[in-house]
Design a protein around this ligand. Sequence first.
Ligand SMILES: *Cc1c(COP(=O)(O)O)cnc(C)c1O
Length: 300
Amino acid sequence: MDTMPDPLRASLCDVTSAFPNRQGIIVKLLRLDLIHPVISGNKWFKLKYNLQDALDGGFEQIITFGGNYSNHLLAAAAASKHAGLRSVGVVRGYHGQQVLSATLQDCTSLGMELHFVSRTEYAKKEDPDLISELQSIFGPSFIIPEGGDNAAGRRGAGEIAALVPDGTSMLCLPVGTGTTFCGIRNALPLNIQMTGFTAMNAGGYLQQEIQKHLTDKLHRNWSLRTDYSFGGFAKTPPALIDFMKQFNLQTAIPLDIVYTGKMMFGIQQMIREQAFAAGEQILCIHTGGLQGNPTGLFNP
Ligand SMILES: *Cc1c(COP(=O)(O)O)cnc(C)c1O
């Protein structure tokens, strides 16, 4: 807990046995969930240059944004504490909540100050008026957008590309804001295809969102699957849970219910439907998020 995240702790696992097929498809999983117990997965990569920019700019505090179960808020709370920065989390929706979610409780234990705003106000999170209002309440602060979705976030995420093993022909990863997807796409050799699995409902708009930030806009070597979101972030039907438990029994690897569980379910379906080329060497990225799983999910 008190160490810095270390990308060298990410391990590469061959999980092909969980996806038996006759097309010679190999499936590997890059476990970024192992780089740190709290600042896990892709979140560290998206935060590192943001925090560096905050320090370089002489700031002593960051303000960032997220929901009640946000992996980003928790990672930001822990990583800014490490960097010696104070943090404020602007949280979407108060609806008279008496009890904080476990995620938000952990944020406050790490010293993050929480500021609840209505959903309508939260929707203005990029609006300069809201930003200056926050600055006047909390003092001068470096602003990190929701999900670390900015150039510094994409730059950091690009470093994940260096962990992709030789021979990979297809890289799969879950998509929230698309920051990680963009960062990796911009840094990855163009001959490696990418498939993103969107986690939110109606994630179709992410196609343009990602396209906007690609350095090579002409390449068609990436696509999004919006059909494995199971209806959105909070939806966790029994079919998904059963799949995750089965995968855990076979590989001893825990997936998270919001992102990586849905992606791996999608990959299983796609292999069954022969949606991948024969001989494809798939690398899936475990982006972390285990803190948000219900307790006891993988205990019989
Ligand atoms: C935040 C998150 C994502 C989405 O990352 P984006 O860069 O916003 O697309 C994927 N997986 C996990 C586990 C996350 O916490």
